[in-house]
Design a protein around this ligand. Sequence first.
Ligand SMILES: N[C@@H](CCC(=O)N[C@@H](CS)C(=O)NCC(=O)O)C(=O)O
Length: 203
Amino acid sequence: MDLYFSPLACSLATRISLYEAGAEARFLPVDLKTKTLGDGADFLAVNPKGQVPVIRTDDGEVLTENAAILSYLAERHPAVGADGFEAVRLREWLSFLGSELHRGVFGVLLSHVAGDGAKAFARTESVARLTHLNQRLKDRDFLVGDRFTVADAYLTTILNWNQAVRLDLEPYPHLVAYHRRMLSRPAVLKAVAEERELYAAAA
Ligand SMILES: N[C@@H](CCC(=O)N[C@@H](CS)C(=O)NCC(=O)O)C(=O)O
């Protein structure tokens, strides 16, 4: 499998999931500003939407969108997936994370083109979403079931962006404790450390 990624972007969730599952992949860096690959090839030829993550499966299928890619990995690698109705719950969380938290809050706050009004709105919107997550994680270690899934990889990736965004997370202690726990997992540590290095090298 190939993963087209950009260091510390949302594609990190796929890398984390692969490492947690002990799965192999080839990692292909994308320059999101120029929409080119490492060898200068046009990334838009791979994904006309110009966004990461993208995977190419061993069968040659090109798949985009975090929720679809992470669902694919969850089905293929039970170690990061869920069974029975929890698999449905997992898709529910992937949808929430992608639309409500990633694009609806952090994507806006990280944007270089969103204006002050949009950012103020995203900060307001963050309250209900972070409160929901904090409540969910009050008495559980993981978002879904009782073990790590691709949803945890995605939420960890999004929460990492708070280093740049600096939302006040003090009202959400269970979420903060969860993030700290996730970051202490060897596979997560490895994925984040590798992409931090690549990010610094590209800056
Ligand atoms: N709906 C897409 C959004 C992916 C997305 O926001 N990717 C960002 C990086 S985290 C990106 O590629 N941004 C560059 C761009 O939109 O031009 C998904 O869930 O996969």
